[in-house]
Design a protein around this ligand. Structure first.
Ligand code: CU
Length: 248
């Protein structure tokens, strides 16, 4: 009936705005149907309130107040969700390809980075029970929870769209452009999303899987990667960096 459970601060803010708007519109619907009921069934009251200047003023100005309240809440959420003055703890560049995603994270203060592809894993004989078709990748994007993550989304070929409903994010990946977004995961776990822009024959086969882990786990994962290969384009091994495959 509603949005999925919000997993980031930003998704939570969006959901609060949505629920405020829903409550206000329910309230408006109740008032309007109350007056409608009076107009239809009650002739005496009807004759009175047709000539009432106070009521005229009320239903002229009250909707304006409601709109200002709604505007205030949503503008506030918009700015809170896009706080550019906070410096993010992690920068991720997400690049869309036909038909997979690649992730690049900046490591340390300099220009060192790690980059890997996130490709779909198909069901095969011997796959685990509960294997999720079209939602399983070899190497998800790993991010620490409770820190601000900044993502730059772009594409190498056609327009894709990166994000996940639980994160409250859906950003178009446009060739030649960088789209910036912020999120702060609040719960550890695997977050499922899909490419949300029709991008070709295998559009349904490029899920956007993000895995949130506590900061300590994330740091030991970085150490594991740095120990196993040079910085740059990394090969996190045949099973990938996802902690569901990899134990600390
Ligand atoms: Cu796509």
């Amino acid at each position: 009936m509603s949005f999925p459970e919000p997993l980031t601060l930003q998704a939570y803010n969006l959901q609060v705005v949505y629920e405020y708007a829903l409550l206000l519109s329910l309230f408006v619907m109740l008032i309007v149907s109350w007056f409608l009921r009076m107009a239809v069934f009650n002739r005496i009251t009807c004759a009175t309130y047709l000539e009432c200047p106070f009521l005229e003023l009320f239903w002229g100005s009250f909707p304006i107040v409601l709109l200002v309240v709604m505007c205030g809440i949503s503008t506030y959420a918009l700015y809170v969700n896009d706080e550019t003055y906070k410096s993010p703890a992690l920068d991720v560049t997400v690049t869309g390809h036909q038909w997979y995603w690649s992730y690049k994270i900046m490591v340390g203060e300099g220009c060192d980075y790690m980059e890997w592809d996130s490709r779909l894993v198909l069901r095969e004989e011997g796959s685990e029970i509960g294997f999720l078709d079209l939602l399983t990748v070899d190497r998800p994007l790993m991010v620490p929870i409770n820190v601000l993550v900044r993502v730059f989304v772009t594409s190498e070929d056609v327009i894709h769209s990166w994000g996940a409903p639980g994160m409250g994010i859906k950003m178009d990946a446009i060739p030649g452009r960088l789209t910036r977004g912020l999120f702060e995961l609040k719960l550890p776990g695997i977050i499922f999303g899909m490419c949300a822009e029709l991008c070709g024959a295998m559009h349904s086969m490029m899920p956007t899987i993000v895995e949130g882990v506590p900061l300590a786990v994330y740091e030991s994962w970085l150490g594991y990667l740095a120990g196993s290969s040079d910085l740059g384009v990394v090969d996190p091994g045949p099973s990938g960096p996802g902690s569901r495959y990899w134990s600390v």
